[in-house]
Structure formats: C-alpha cells, structure tokens
Ligand binder design. Structure first.
Ligand code: PLP
Length: 441
C-alpha cells in the first residue's frame, strides 16, 4: 500500500519537475521534428504500423492525491471537526486576494447561492452561453430569473459579446461568463460591456481554476463567481464547490441561503443576522474532507497548471502547423489552463479532409481522439416546459457559433502526468495522417 502511494507521488513530482521544460526540451533534443513529411509512411487505417505505441495507462488519471492528503484526512477522522473548512476558505482568499469566500458541497450549491444573492426582481434576464452546463442555469427557476441563451464564439467556445448585444432588453440584469474547458472568457471586455449596460458580471469558473485575464485570476472579475471542485476539475476535491464575492451584502445574503449556523458571525449591523437558525431553507456547506483536499490542491495548483500547459503546448505548437488544425483561440493577455480535454478544431475546407475521416485515421493510429459535440443547453426539455418556470427562458432562433464549434471540434486527452512519448507519438500520428490526407479524402 505504502509503495503504491510513493510511486504515485513520484510520478506527480516528476511531472511537475519535467514538464515545465518539456516544450523546449523535446525540440532542442531533436526528438520532435515538426512538419516532417510522412507521406511515405503507410497509414494504420490502410494496414501500416500505428504511430502511437506508448501506453496511455494512467496518463489521464485524476485527481491525484498523495500521502500528505491521506495523512491529513486520517487526522480529521481521528479528531473530527469543521476546522478545515475555515482554513480552506482563508487559503482561497489569500491565493485569490479576494475579500469574501464560501466553500460549498459542490459547484451547483455555490452557484445557486450566488443566484439567490443577486436578489433581482422576478423576470430579470441573465445572459448565459449556450455552450455551458445546466448547473447554474436550471436553478434560476427557483428565483424567478430568466436564462437568455446566447451564442458562443466558435474559435474560443466562450460567450459571444456581439450576440449578447442582440439579446439585451429592458429586463437584462446580468451576464454569466463560463470559462469553457480552461479558456477564460475575455473578462475585461465583458466587464466593460456590463458597465456600459448596467449589468452584473458573474462567473462560472468551474473549468478554469488558476487561469488569468490580464494577470487577474478567474473568479476575481465577476461581482460574484462560483467554482466546481468536483473530481474531474482542475482543482478537485472529489465533490466540492467554492463561491467568491466582492461585496459584503452579496456574501452575507448568499451565505445565509445555505448556512443556518453562520448569520450570527456577521457584523452587528448585518440585516441577515436574524436568520440565524432558519437560514433560507438550504444547507450547503462543504464536507471537511473536501476542504482538506481542496487546500492541498490549491497549494499545488499553479505548479500543476504550468506543467500541464507546457506539455499541451509541446504537442499543440507542433500539430497546429498542420493546415486547418487549430486550438481554442487564446487572445493576448489571456493565460489559460486545461480542464480534462485538449480541445481542437478541424476546418475541413482548409484541412482538405473531413473531420470524420481524419478522426478515423487518427484513431487507427492509436490516438485517443473523438468529435466533440455539445448538446446545446437550450435544447433540454426543462427550458421549454411551462410548469417549471414562472417566467419562461428565452430560447435562441439561431446559434451559428455553437453550430460551427460542434461541426469542427475534436477532443484529445489532457495528460495529467509526464508523457513525453505520447506527446511525440501523437505529433507523429497527426503529421502522418495530414501527409496522407489527399489520398484519404
Ligand atoms: C461549467 C460547470 N459549471 C458548474 C458545474 C457544477 O458543479 P458541481 O458538479 O460541482 O455541482 C459543472 C460541473 O461539471 C460545470 O462543468
């Protein structure tokens, strides 16, 4: 048992140590030869040898916990209590340099508390990207809020501000930015847009812990923000959530929604102190085991993100030299992270091969790749059934950005440990398929 933990720790440490230099290292050693013509190599689809022979076992294993976490959780079990919750919230505040945080048992409870804290009149409209999850959107019905589904930019998969402009009405009150698969939204522009139209900027930062826009961490741009800490996320506690607030009133209201025991910790003049005991009907605090895991993960976040990004960069810099193959567009000033997948796009016209055919050929080479097609949020039945809403959601007539992303997106794995062979061989596989694409097409 001990041995197993040791080797897991060693793998993670090696990853952190080595991947930082990976991009440069592989190129300098001559191991990676970008753009090498591979037309002479027979495709695996046509009976040739596979380009990918390295084992992918455990390469995407996540979350990764080590002996320190196990020891800290064991200590809690020996002496149970809620102490780790406040410690985690303090650590989060210090890392993000934000005034108010509340840890929750999942991202949905953090985001739902945020919606309650908005305290908006019934029928208020919130712009939400159609390429997002239902978690912060379905609960809008509890508070008589109206989701208005807007399109995404097909090159980033994030909220399209131009489409937001088209959906403004006299009832629009807020914009919910969702940082899709680790790429932060252009929050400076979104905040400017919100200022111009007197809207509240909100963030669902569940895919982008530690990402930055103009040096400012996600979660710090919105008036309020929620994060999922579920086990697949960049900062995983298996199940957990965190909310961030700039404003004391928002914080106290949100905390009172789901914490019967905290109102009397607010200052004497707080209008929420009287709800001590009853709160507003929910109980949404984080489990202390998750708080322990979260604090360890927070300590490692920057290092892990940096190592993971360097590894993805080594692959992506190489394969995006191939015609018609791009990654999610990262605007200058944006420092992205990766969440679970390495999203790319195939522009069939430029690539000269269909997505389907390219995927077939890549899969035959041993590449773990598939089409990414997101079920557009507005198409779920809940958003069309009148019995569940006092004010019906506003469904879009057309979402060309989402449609383009769904036609072009492909998903590759995000490796969570040092995988130089896979980086090399995935690059080889893409080059081989692209070199042969005319015959495939
Ligand atoms: C973008 C986004 N927001 C919110 C959530 C909800 O978080 P949780 O599952 O922790 O409740 C998720 C979960 O997958 C998510 O991906």
């Amino acid at each position: 048992m001990e041995k197993k933990h040791e080797s897991k720790e060693a793998t993670r440490r090696d990853f952190l140590k080595t991947t930082g230099a990976l991009g440069a290292g592989l190129y300098m050693s001559g191991a990676v030869v970008p753009g090498r013509a591979r037309a002479a190599e027979k495709l695996a689809l046509e009976g040739g040898a596979k380009a990918v022979t390295a084992s992918a076992a455990d390469s995407t294993k996540w979350p990764l916990y080590g002996d320190a976490e196990i020891e800290a959780v064991s200590a809690l079990l020996r002496d149970p209590g809620y102490g780790p919750v406040a410690d985690f919230e303090e650590a989060w505040k210090a890392f993000h340099d934000c005034p108010f945080t509340k840890a929750h048992f999942n991202g949905t409870s953090a985001l739902t508390s945020m919606l309650f804290a908005l305290d908006l009149p019934a029928g208020s409209e919130i712009l939400v990207p159609n390429y997002s999850t239902w978690f912060p959107v379905v609960p809008m019905r509890f508070f008589d809020l109206v989701p208005v589904f807007v399109d995404v930019n097909p090159y980033t998969m994030n909220l399209d501000l131009e489409d937001c402009k088209k959906h403004l009405t006299g009832k629009t009150r807020a914009v919910l930015a969702v940082h899709w698969f680790g790429l932060p939204c252009e929050m400076d522009d979104i905040v400017d847009f919100c200022k111009e139209h007197d809207l509240i900027p909100l963030e669902d930062a569940s895919h982008a812990h530690g990402a930055r826009v103009n040096g400012v961490l996600t979660g710090n741009w919105g008036r309020m923000a929620g994060f999922s800490l579920q086990g697949s996320k960049p900062l995983p506690t298996i199940e957990g959530g965190m909310a961030m607030y700039k404003d004391r009133g928002d914080f106290e209201r949100a905390v009172t929604y789901g914490n019967y025991d905290l109102p009397n910790t607010f200052p004497e003049d707080s209008p929420y102190r009287k709800y001590q005991g009853t709160a507003f009907g929910s109980k949404l605090r984080i489990h202390p085991v998750a708080a322990i895991l979260g604090q360890f993960q927070l300590d490692q976040l920057e290092e892990r993100n940096t190592a993971g990004k360097a590894q993805m960069k080594a692959l992506n810099d190489r394969i995006t030299q191939l015609e018609g193959l791009t990654t999610q567009y990262v605007r200058p000033g944006i420092d992205r992270v990766f969440y679970s997948k390495n999203m790319m796009f195939i522009d069939e016209a430029k690539a000269g091969i269909s997505r389907e055919k390219a995927l077939q050929a890549l899969q035959a080479e041993g590449v773990d790749v598939s089409a990414f097609t997101w079920t557009l949020l507005h198409t779920y039945p809940i958003f069309s059934e009148e019995k569940y809403w006092r004010h019906m959601p506003v469904l879009p007539e057309a979402v060309p950005g989402c449609d383009q992303a769904n036609r072009q997106a492909i998903q590759l794995p995000y490796w969570t440990s040092d995988q130089p062979e896979l980086v090399q061989q995935y690059g080889d596989a893409f080059e081989k398929v692209w070199a042969n694409r005319k015959s495939l097409a």
